[in-house]
Ligand binder design. Structure first.
Ligand code: NAD
Ligand code: MG
Length: 415
């Protein structure tokens, strides 16, 4: 267990949990709307004052953000795209909800005094506001894995300095958080994250070459935003999660493993020195880990689906195929390398996935763009771990520029 990330003792945060003010960064996305479902359920179950909302934010979806604000009564709403502010203000006319806009306002939302901040923006766009929340010592319910992959050391230091807390919302890490015995970490032999294998688990590389964005975002078990759905299809998601586990739990890279489990019912396995293997099971429903984070250190009632093992009937496990899923191999290499590698990996992947979703490159092009970008950086940087946000953002921008060049070349060749 590393200092500062998830203290075993909740310390100063032992407030009555239902009275916690909550800010949701990215409230209109898959995790954001599931979080509001959990809060809606808590208000029905425990009373209308449960989890008062401080701020809700979105990038462009004015209609849904306004509807959420009218129903759930946050103090403030923020729309990331400033051009949409007049439409949001008009949609909330006659209410007392404050309306702000632009990237600086996202940071301001994170600074407002909510004890709990749910980090559910997708990608590196969530970095600055999530870090702001960590710096002021908020409890950060962390769904956005990209920010700890890109800026692991920055987050570790911020949380240590502020004595803040990061509670994982990613299902595998929420499971690990519950399974790890932080009092005897020397007895932990291995942490194994499960991977569903995504929609192309059994496909040949030849078949995968022709995959369309529509096929890639149709995940067999989970309903998620487009970017993480593509990451699940390439298995980059599991690679990012290995790095996330390393940052959050301080686990050495060689103690982290992946196993493919198509049913997504077991989320993580922790192996101990005495041969015991502890597993966490739940239905594949993000409302379970979201409820755990919102209620921590207590367990609250949740609208999450209930697991029915008899109905499921059987569970399967198999080793991942690093040949057909090279993104997992690349992420593993970056985990071993440390330093700047995870930041570059994440930035290149964001560009490559975006290009795939815009049909500029093929599905197998994603791993190629990421590998090409990593290779150029290996030659030109000294590999030091970035320790402040500016250094991370500079490296992130350089890696994006490089990946965009390769994407342009690949798109040119295909045309
Ligand atoms: P999503 O695409 O459904 O939602 C993203 C949210 O971020 C939306 O509210 C959107 O308005 C906002 N947003 C997008 N771009 C933005 C920008 N540039 N600036 C500010 N806000 C912006 O994504 P999601 O599936 O909810 O995933 C959110 C995060 O949670 C991701 O990092 C993902 O990896 C992680 N996560 C998701 C799941 C899941 O089941 N969906 C599971 C584990 C982890
Ligand atoms: Mg996950």
């Amino acid at each position: 267990m590393r200092d500062g990330l998830i203290p075993p003792n909740p310390g100063i945060h032992l407030l009555p949990v239902l009275g916690r003010h909550v800010t949701i960064l990215g409230s209109t996305g898959s995790i954001g709307t599931s979080t509001l479902e959990v809060i809606r359920f808590a208000r029905e179950h425990y009373g209308p004052n449960a989890f008062p909302l401080q701020a809700l934010t979105a990038q462009r979806n004015v209609e849904l953000l306004a509807a959420q604000a009218r129903e759930m009564h946050p103090a403030v709403v923020v729309i990331g795209d400033a051009a949409m502010k007049p439409a949001l203000a008009a949609a909330l006319a006659g209410t007392d909800v404050e309306v702000l806009a632009g990237p600086d306002a996202l940071i301001e939302a994170a600074q407002r005094p909510a004890e709990m901040v749910v980090s559910a923006i997708v990608g590196a766009a969530g970095l600055a506001p999530t870090l702001e929340a960590a710096k002021r010592g908020a409890i950060v319910a962390l769904a956005n894995k990209e920010c700890v992959v890109a800026a692991g050391e920055v987050f570790r230091r911020a949380a240590a300095d502020s004595r803040g807390v990061l509670i994982p919302v990613d299902s595998e890490h929420s499971a690990a958080f519950q399974l790890l015995d932080f009092a005897q970490t020397q007895a932990i032999e291995k942490v194994t994250l499960t991977a569903s294998g995504g929609p192309f688990r059994t496909w040949s590389l030849e078949r995968m070459a022709a995959v369309t964005p529509e096929q890639a975002v149709r995940h067999p078990n989970w309903s998620m935003g487009a970017k993480i759905s593509v990451d699940s299809a390439t298995l980059m998601n599991k690679g990012l999660e290995l790095i996330e586990a390393h940052v959050l739990f301080g686990m050495a890279p060689d103690k982290l493993d992946v196993i493919v489990h198509a049913q997504s019912v077991v989320h993580c396995l922790v192996s101990y020195a005495d041969g015991s293997v502890l597993a966490h099971l739940s239905a594949p429903d993000m409302k379970t880990p979201i409820s755990l984070a919102l209620g921590w250190p207590h367990r609250i009632a949740s609208p999450a689906r209930v697991l029915n093992l008899a109905e499921l009937g059987h569970m399967t496990f198999e080793s991942p195929d690093y040949e057909r899923f090279p993104c997992l191999r690349l992420a593993r290499t970056c985990l071993q390398l440390g330093g700047t590698a995870p930041t570059i990996l994440n930035a290149a992947n964001e560009i490559a996935v975006d290009s795939f979703l815009k049909r500029r490159i093929g599905f197998l092009g994603i791993a190629k763009i990421v590998e090409q970008t990593l290779n150029t950086f290996e030659r030109i940087n000294n590999g030091c771990t970035p320790t402040n946000l500016d250094d991370v953002l500079e490296l992130d921008a350089a890696a994006r520029a490089r990946a965009s060049e390769f994407t342009g070349q690949a798109a040119g060749r295909a045309a």
